[in-house]
Design a protein around this ligand. Structure first.
Ligand code: GUN
Length: 291
């Protein structure tokens, strides 16, 4: 098995961003500023947001965290979003998902100004992405595409299976990889909870992108040789040997693939760090659009 090293590639991308930021500072241009909105105290969400802020520090961006209690109302949150939209110093921001169940995600995401929507979740940007018009691409799919490009994985005419149809990963990556451009042009199938004979689909695919959040779901017996496997799952499972009491695993039972002739993204250290790098790339783009 060959590892697709997302940690390394994400570090390369962050280094490239830092060079641009240093140059902007030298030329007295604005320092990019990313803000994150976090509602409630969901453990994984807090961890992701912290990692995003740490990455901002690494490349020299400014960052802000807007943290709200679990019981903030939808109207109050909408008002806070408007304030961030109007804050001239913030180039881009994200609302960390999931939101508490009393808040309608769609209402919040559509309130974000499209030119600050560095997650690419606003319908305006999602529509542009779908039509192949340059815009902010959702960070996780963009990170997958970047790994495919930097490892020069040829997808043209290949059979690509996307497992999961979420708005954040499954749906956008299935759109991007089917588009008529380089490092895409794949024949894409989207599998979901109602899909029948998933095992047959897996066995006949050249690339499998799994984004369902079921720990160790994909086994070696399900895939053919030479398959490229992109594991987007991030689940916490109990681990008494870890000081935290849990460990992070993906959708793919990677140990089961040890002796197989396949390429694979590990969890952690695969798609996760790429998501953060692409979010920062989008923030730099938002800042540059304001120059
Ligand atoms: N929750 C899980 N992934 C993401 C992401 O890429 N962006 C946001 N805002 N929330 C998430």
């Amino acid at each position: 098995m060959k590892i697709i090293d997302g940690k390394k590639i994400s570090n390369d991308v962050l280094d490239e961003i830092k060079i641009v930021v240093d140059e902007r500072i030298k030329n007295r241009k604005k320092v990019p500023h990313l803000a994150a909105v976090l509602v409630g105290d969901d453990g994984p969400s807090e961890t992701y947001v912290k990692s995003k802020i740490r990455a901002c520090e690494r490349v020299g961006f400014n960052s802000s965290l807007f943290k709200f209690d679990m019981d903030i109302s939808q109207d109050e949150l909408l008002k806070e979003i408007i304030k961030i939209n109007e804050n001239q110093d913030i180039d881009g921001f994200i609302v960390q998902l999931p939101l508490p169940s009393n808040i309608e995600q769609e209402k919040i995401l559509t309130q974000i100004s499209p030119n600050k929507d560095v997650d690419g979740f606003h319908p305006y940007n999602y529509g542009k992405m779908t039509l192949g018009i340059d815009t902010f691409l959702p960070a996780t799919p963009a990170g997958i595409v970047e790994l495919i490009k930097r490892y020069k994985i040829e997808l043209s005419g290949k059979k690509c299976l996307v497992i999961g149809r979420s708005q954040i990963v499954g749906l956008p990556i299935s759109i991007l990889l089917g588009q008529n451009k380089s490092y895409a042009n794949a024949t894409v199938t989207v599998a979901h909870s109602q899909t029948k004979h998933l095992d047959l689909l897996c066995a006949s695919s050249n690339i499998i992108i799994s984004a369902i959040g079921i720990p160790n779901f994909l086994k070696s017996s399900m895939v053919s040789d030479k398959t490229v496997i992109i594991d987007v799952g991030i689940s916490r499972i109990e681990d008494s040997t870890s000081p935290r009491g849990y460990k992070i695993v993906g959708d793919v039972d990677i140990e089961d693939f040890r002796d197989r002739d396949i390429m694979i993204t590990p969890v952690p250290g695969g798609v996760g760090p790429m998501t953060i790098a692409m979010l920062l790339q989008n923030t730099l783009k938002a800042c540059q659009l304001n120059d």
